[in-house]
Write a protein that binds this ligand. Structure first.
Ligand code: GTP
Ligand code: ZN
Length: 357
């Protein structure tokens, strides 16, 4: 299918060692590269992975300091089976000068604050990490052309809530259609929304929301994500050059994420290669957690409660029915139930199909 994950690249020498392999390893120590190598690498410097491409990791070292430099790295042999992704903080040894032709080694991956993940499809419980340590998921949806689809936005929201990162909705092409009817369906979410049109892009408003944070941008093809990213990062093209420097191959087709530095501080991570958001790995508890007010009530639910309309003795459903959660409570529950229904067996396939470009 057209939305097969592009990072399953046969050329990627590490493709067979993705994080799913790590998880199923019987030896738990294999998951802990940190303690394993610590004594040997006291001289390591810290870097931020900005781009991953075919076994090479471009890392930024001494970020925002005069000595800031980009360092091309490879992973140490002992990290062969550890996922290293854009946004990871890593310890580097070897030649960390960043001089032309130099190559450093990643010897440790720091603990991650957040993890944006996806599965190949909704029936697949094996997850792949897309980005580590992101603060925000900027979901780009067009008001028209292509027509906005609520189920698709639901899926992005589920991915954000699962990752523990805050969603931010940018409605583009508001010059073509009024987004209000579409947005009305998401009233229960307290979602932050920015409306955008390319003839008058809301740069200041967006910059304020993106400043000093790491934001991952996602969106269906044609919604205007590139237009928006180019407006936010005027020298976005240069980033492509950086990627080329990593691969030395003059292209970046295998890279599924690219980090771009925002002029006002902060980073935007574009995901041109991420075309699917399989949700097979998502735990429904992570979704409920994103609805703090409902989650508190949900603690009184029977074990294994689905919180769906037909769930017997669901404390949340009962509280809403008794108007204990206010007028907004019903909308919140409705939104929660729609997201949870996204994860039901059967709902998934239809959902995944809507992601076809
Ligand atoms: N009317 C209108 N057109 C827009 C707006 N933003 C983008 N477009 C147009 O929509 C088309 C798609 O924009 P892109 O920025 O390439 O969209 P994308 O989301 O990056 O799409 P892919 O490159 O396929 O991932 C282009 O022809 C843009 O000129 C907008 O706010 N209003
Ligand atoms: Zn319940």
């Amino acid at each position: 299918m057209s939305w097969l994950p592009p990072d399953d690249d046969p050329d990627d020498p590490y493709g067979q060692f993705d994080e799913s392999q790590v998880r199923s390893r019987p030896n738990p120590k294999a998951n802990r590269p940190r303690s394993k190598q610590r004594p040997a690498h006291d001289d390591a410097v810290v870097g931020r992975v900005v781009t991953v491409d075919r076994g090479r990791y471009l890392c930024l070292v001494d970020e925002d300091a005069p000595a800031e430099r980009s360092v091309i790295t490879t992973r140490a042999r002992e990290l062969r089976s550890t996922a290293i992704v854009t946004g990871d903080r890593v310890d580097l040894v070897g030649d960390t000068s960043g001089a032309e032709g130099s190559l450093a080694r990643i010897v440790r991956v720091h603990e991650r604050r957040t993890l944006l993940r996806r599965s190949a499809d909704d029936t697949d419980a094996v997850e792949r990490i897309i980005v580590a340590n992101a603060d925000q998921l900027m979901i780009v949806v067009a008001a028209a052309n292509p027509e906005p689809r609520p189920r698709l936005l639901d899926r992005y929201l589920v991915a954000a809530f699962d990752a523990g990162i805050e969603p931010l909705l940018v409605m583009t092409k508001t010059d073509l259609a009024d987004p209000a009817p579409f947005l009305a369906q998401f009233r229960g979410l307290d979602l932050r929304v920015v409306e955008s049109r390319s003839d008058d892009p809301p740069i200041a408003a967006l910059m304020a929301l993106l400043a000093d944070r790491t934001t991952v941008a996602v969106g269906h093809s044609g919604v205007g994500k590139s237009t928006l990213v180019n407006a936010l990062v005027p020298d976005a093209h240069r980033a492509t050059g950086v990627v080329n420097a990593v691969t030395g191959r003059g292209r970046h087709t295998s890279s599924s994420t690219v980090s771009l530095r925002l002029p006002g501080g902060g980073w935007i991570i574009d995901t041109p290669g991420v075309r699917s958001f399989g949700l097979g790995h998502v735990d429904t508890a992570n979704i409920l957690r994103a609805f703090g007010d409902l989650a508190v009530v949900g603690e009184r639910c029977p074990r294994g409660c689905t919180h769906l309309p037909d769930a017997p003795d669901c404390a949340i459903v009962e509280a809403v029915a008794a108007a204990e959660l206010g007028a907004h409570g019903a909308e919140r529950l409705d939104s929660l139930q729609r997201l949870l229904a996204t994860l039901l067996p059967g709902a998934g396939r239809a959902g995944a199909d809507t992601l076809n470009a």
